[in-house]
Design a protein around this ligand. Structure first.
Ligand code: IMP
Length: 198
């Protein structure tokens, strides 16, 4: 079986690692290190879908083949859906995963129980030759706990316990996370896309 080549428009090594793991040998996944001159894409969209499309289209002008971009983030119900599309930049200029988690815990310090409900969302945009062809969505419901637990994964993983589990994504690790995550669900839809047959 020959694998399908796919460029993922990201420099986020965690995302790439997860996408490779989830897609498996059917796809040969490249990241933006093959286009070192590609300028940073400004994420000016107000939805995950808009930002995913911006990143996918930009890279598809510079790569002859299939391109996907992942835009994803965490929505916390008691914060009105924040940090949402601003998940990576939640704590402002120079934000890191650690500073974002610290701010999230601060914002939720007086919020208890069921009100700490949240979900991760992922939108994948598929593009080719400057045109967006389709988008694929995935989400996973869960709860934000009171302090960080676990050291695996990235971003908000040490604070997020997915529904039906007692441990965070950072404790559960890649094998479990990659079967039920927002990214796994969006990638499953991508794999089933009708257009691959064309
Ligand atoms: P993006 O690169 O603009 O899509 O930002 C994604 C941000 O959302 C990341 O920097 C993380 O803060 C958060 N995020 C997205 N997916 C995950 C995940 O699977 N685990 C933990 N945090 C995530």
């Amino acid at each position: 079986m020959t694998s399908r080549q796919l460029l993922v428009s990201t420099r986020n090594t965690h995302k790439i690692e997860e996408i490779r793991h989830i897609l498996g040998p059917q796809f040969e996944v490249f990241d933006l290190s093959i286009i070192p001159d590609m300028p940073e894409v400004e994420e000016t969209g107000v939805t995950f879908e808009e930002n995913a499309e911006l990143k996918a289209i930009a890279a598809s002008h510079l790569f002859d083949g299939w391109v996907i971009a992942d835009d994803s983030g965490l929505e916390v119900d008691s914060l009105g859906g924040a940090p949402g599309v601003l998940s990576a930049r939640f704590s402002g200029p120079g934000a890191t995963d650690a500073s974002n988690r610290t701010l999230l815990l601060e914002r939720l310090s007086s919020v208890r129980g069921k009100s700490r409900s949240a979900r991760f969302r992922c939108v994948l945009s598929l593009a080719r030759s400057g045109t967006a062809l389709a988008s694929f969505h995935g989400s996973v419901e869960g709860t934000i706990i009171n302090s960080e637990k676990g050291s695996l994964g990235f971003g908000y993983d040490p604070l997020f316990v997915p529904e039906g589990h007692c441990e965070t994504f950072a404790q559960l690790g890649a094998v479990v996370k990659n079967t039920l995550s927002h990214r796994a669900r969006a990638l499953s839809a991508l794999k089933q896309w009708n257009g691959w047959r064309g």
